[in-house]
Design a protein around this ligand. Structure first.
Ligand SMILES: Nc1ncnc2c1ncn2[C@@H]1O[C@H](COP(=O)(O)OP(=O)(O)O)[C@@H](O)[C@H]1O
Ligand SMILES: [Mg+2]
Length: 349
């Protein structure tokens, strides 16, 4: 069943004279499904995440949850909906009130939504700490955020989100501020909730290695300047990209073996870091395949018949000319530095 539908959503922060931050975005998520949203910094990922979590209202378009338009829910329905969609973001320190003890942070949300009575609160909180791999003690509940490590704080944020029994979690760059050593365990923790509780995830990341790990078996949506340029099953998108932007991202993965020289085009070094094209295909300013038509006509997302869609006039050429061997030989792992920021490709997020 479709849990979330983002239907033709566009969003502007400033005036409509400027380019929208999100441009006719369509996205759907089924119950328990994982969809990863990737794209470089500033392309609109967090904006979409906030719209989906109800923290921002879209300028145009509709968001439906369980088939119902969120903007038309009654107050009571809205409260229930807000509980069923939780956002975890990248900065676990900013997400926790520094003056509030961990127990109080976790307890307030539970009490507000009447998910536990006062008599059972402490027991519930200790159980929660255990579930997210934290020390399940009263002492821990009495600590303040500054007394915890980044990884522990992120686990507290995860505990708060899952304690509210959400149907959908928007996870926005949840590991990007953590040490590499902690990333896998935090991702595994989220995945365990996803599997055990059938929670759907909109998993936002600029790091393809992290996406491949977390969204294995799910779907990936690739966004460039507010436009979805490709989407499909995770492994299809990562191993058989159909859009030049996705191909570029994958070819940007650094290859440590110096005998495997990078191809001349497709290397991040040779592609100018131009912004979006004001007309036609949003990627045409940076695209190695672009011809005049791409600068005047906007390609639509075209389905390959198996749910793998790309918006490009040259899909066949992209498929033919993308050296996926470099990618498949060195599949992005969590330390690959496979980031969506060509300017920082090769560095650790
Ligand atoms: N509250 C805001 N007010 C004005 N502009 C914003 C605001 N939030 C984000 N933006 C702008 O919208 C664009 C998309 O931002 P964001 O959604 O944060 O992208 P991402 O998460 O992909 O880095 C950026 O150009 C950013 O500067
Ligand atoms: Mg962001």
């Amino acid at each position: 069943m479709t849990l979330l539908e983002v239907d033709n959503v566009s969003h502007w922060y400033g005036t409509k004279a400027q380019r929208p931050v999100l441009d006719h975005v369509n996205l759907s998520l089924g119950t328990g499904e994982t969809v990863a949203l990737v794209g470089e910094s500033g392309c609109g990922k967090s904006t979409l995440g906030r719209l989906v979590a109800g923290l921002t209202t879209s300028t145009l378009g509709t968001i439906r949850h369980d088939g119902r338009e969120v903007a038309r829910l009654s107050r009571a329905e809205h409260k229930i909906w807000r509980r069923s969609v939780q956002l975890i973001h990248q900065d676990p320190f900013g997400a926790l009130n520094p003056g509030v003890r961990i127990g109080s942070t976790l307890g307030t949300a539970l009490r507000y939504h009447k998910l536990v009575d006062r008599a059972h609160l402490e027991q519930e909180l200790l159980g929660l700490l255990g579930q997210v791999g934290l020390e399940a003690t009263r002492d821990f509940l009495h600590r303040y955020p500054h007394e915890l490590s980044g990884g522990q704080r992120q686990r507290v944020c995860i505990a708060r989100a899952v304690s509210l029994r959400p149907k959908l979690v928007v996870a926005d760059e949840v590991t990007s501020m953590l040490d590499v050593s902690m990333r896998v365990s935090v991702l595994d923790l989220l995945r365990s909730f996803q599997v055990q509780r059938s929670i759907a995830f909109l998993f936002i990341s600029h790091d393809l290695g992290v996406v491949r790990y977390f969204a294995a078996g799910g779907r990936v949506v690739v966004m460039f300047y507010g436009v979805i340029v490709e989407e499909g099953p995770t492994e299809e998108v990562i191993f058989h990209p159909r859009h030049p932007y996705t191909a570029l991202l994958l070819e940007s993965i650094p290859i440590p073996d110096p005998t495997l020289a990078r191809r001349e085009h497709g290397s991040v070094d040779t592609v100018p870091d131009a912004g979006p094209s004001p007309q036609g295909c949003v990627f045409s300013n940076r695209c190695r395949f672009a011809v005049d038509r791409c600068r005047t006509t906007t390609p639509k997302l075209e389905d390959d018949g198996h749910g793998h869609r790309a918006a490009c006039f040259f899909i066949e050429r992209v498929v033919r000319e993308t050296t996926t061997s470099a990618v498949t030989d060195r599949a992005p792992d969590l330390d690959s530095g496979a980031t969506c920021d060509p300017s920082t490709a090769g560095t650790q997020a």
